[in-house]
Ligand binder design. Sequence first.
Ligand code: PHE
Length: 460
Amino acid sequence: MSESSGPVQGTVHGVWRSRWVFILAATGSAVGLGNIWKFPYIAGENGGGAFVLVYLACILFVAIPIMMAEVMLGRLGRMSPVNAMKKVVKATGAPRLWGSIGWLGVAAGVLILSYYAVIGGWVLHYVVEMGSGRLQGASAGDVAASFSSLLENPQKLIFWQTLFMVLTMGVVIGGVTKGLGVAVKVMMPLLFVLLFVLLIFAAQHGDWAAGARFLFSFRSDSLTWSGVMEALGHSFFTLSLGMGAIMAYGAYMPEGAPIGRTVLTIAGLDTLVSLAAGMAIFPIVFASPGMAPNAGPSLMFQTLPVIFANMPGGLFFGTLFFVLVTIAAWSSSISLIEPAVAWLIETWRVSRATANLVIGTFAWVLGLGTVFSFNLWKDHTLAGNTFFEVMDFATASILLPLVGLLISAFVGWAMKREDAMAALGDNAVRVLKVWHWLLAYVATSAIALILVVGLYKKFF
Ligand code: PHE
């Protein structure tokens, strides 16, 4: 298949002003709650160093090749994932069923958005909680009580969820160049500056050496099979793969920009932020008696506020920290809604504003299920899982790996190798061959393995 277009041709949505804006937008999508909230706590639960090493290997050998494939497919199709995949599948002459990749991705994006906005709301709440000074000198018990009073109050949760959703739609209504493009140009540099400031704070007030030892020293005894699986799954979530986000952003990528190098930059930045978030959090945890690195999901919402509340300058830096997380979550959520919005604009020929309202409202209503799963519906469970847990499992553990598997199989096996390699841009032939080999063999088998073992573990 040959590429036929000039720079701006072929997308009704617009094109990033430069390769760098694409890099910022994709990095904004990748860097999110996954890096700052999830990575530190799953690294903590899995004993640190060895887990981190496996995670890095997964990023390098599985996630990066798939990310390159997603950007490539998006740019070839130049439309929302649904229509882009339809176009590319048709041009390759492959069975039309492959087009379901686009549908599954868009659906996964909306499902994830529904609960991402709820957690994003918690983060907003903590900006205010920290900033107001209410937590000054708070004990672990006080912070835990404040956290559960938030979760038990549906009105409060809905308020923050709504605000987060409005922020998300506000940017996406602005469109690709003026909304998303401008937002990421402000947000991403700010995020890196804030993270740097927090790293310095952690180096001054935390136990830097203990933090580094925990994250980077390899102790094979702490590595378990489920830790390996978690690392692989997380490499997907953190790079926003398997849900159309990166494919949609790829559709707005300038023609001719080299995909390989671009993706390496994005994945490198994402990894850097995860490790930096770890090094901003763990030194502080280790310097605080009674705090454990393996606190789990509450590490960010309970452990950190206690520490900040009891440190010199802690309230200021704590507020800064939650502002940072807000920006990261926000620049991710805009990429969760964009694929569905683009699809609606293409099929219904509606305005961006209407498309955002329709998708946003849909995800918001669905999100109420997540809100209620922490209070009113706490006891309504499916096989012991709350609504939120079902959503999380259905997306993160099933849909994402499934779409990733389909993408690597499509590009690795259904497309002609020369076509796939040509669509990638001006990389050295040897690099292209390695990429294709990783995709066709390593990625497919690794993902098939997690899916099968993950499902087996869950249900048997
Ligand atoms: N990558 C984001 C994170 O790490 C999550 C995300 C998933 C964003 C899918 C967009 C699409 O938090």
